[in-house]
Design a protein around this ligand. Sequence first.
Ligand code: ADP
Ligand code: MG
Length: 242
Amino acid sequence: MAQNGTSVSIQDLSLSFGVVTVLQTLNLDVAEGEFIVLLGPSGCGKSTLLNCIAGLLDVSEGSIFIKGKNVTWEEPKDRGIGMVFQSYALYPQMTVEKNLSFGLRVAGTPKDEIAKRIARAAEILQIEPLLQRKPAALSGGQRQRVAIGRALVRDVDVFLFDEPLSNLDAKLRAELRVEIKLLHRKLQNTMIYVTHDQIEAMTLADRIAVMKGGVIQQLDAPQTIYNRPVNRFVAGFLGSPA
Ligand code: ADP
Ligand code: MG
């Protein structure tokens, strides 16, 4: 649900690993509250782009703005983003509650505020009964809920998801897809979601950016992409009539 301003603005972004160019003069404006899906085959640069936005990779050229502020050289923690990975990246030795509170404790958030935020996230994600368990005692779907919860408690402006459902079976994937959609309706924050799964893209996105070889081929609403693909690659990838 795009409101007014621009949330994330990527301007002429390029990134090379040695002589290999992975992102090429890429431009993307994401509106506040918008759900953008980066869709493309393995190796097309989706994770690299997400990692640049998160500040986990240095860009070679270009700039990244979040809420109008140039964050190209800001630390990840100062960007107002939360990232959810495919591999959950939970701390195995900590309970769910400690996993959720870790970032807040590091940031020096007061205890009662931490408790409030954990209660809210646990309720939204329906993980209240799991708070005292450790990750090893959770299913894949439960682990991914906790991973989303870690971004949720930080009250970030922008959520970045890197193939968060790829490790789950088809049934859980469908379930969590619905939950992520509901979460977005509820929070109304900006979400940038990476996947190679066309169904995920079609059901979640306000707009889909179809990527190939480090370039955005088409950026449009799902129906437009499906009905009016700009080239054969987009048509083939979406399975739409060429
Ligand atoms: P995707 O997430 O779309 O599958 P990636 O962003 O992970 O793709 O990778 C894009 C390209 O960049 C791939 O060809 C990959 O091999 C290459 N790449 C990714 N990370 C590195 C790295 N650290 N060093 C060299 N090449 C890399
Ligand atoms: Mg990837």
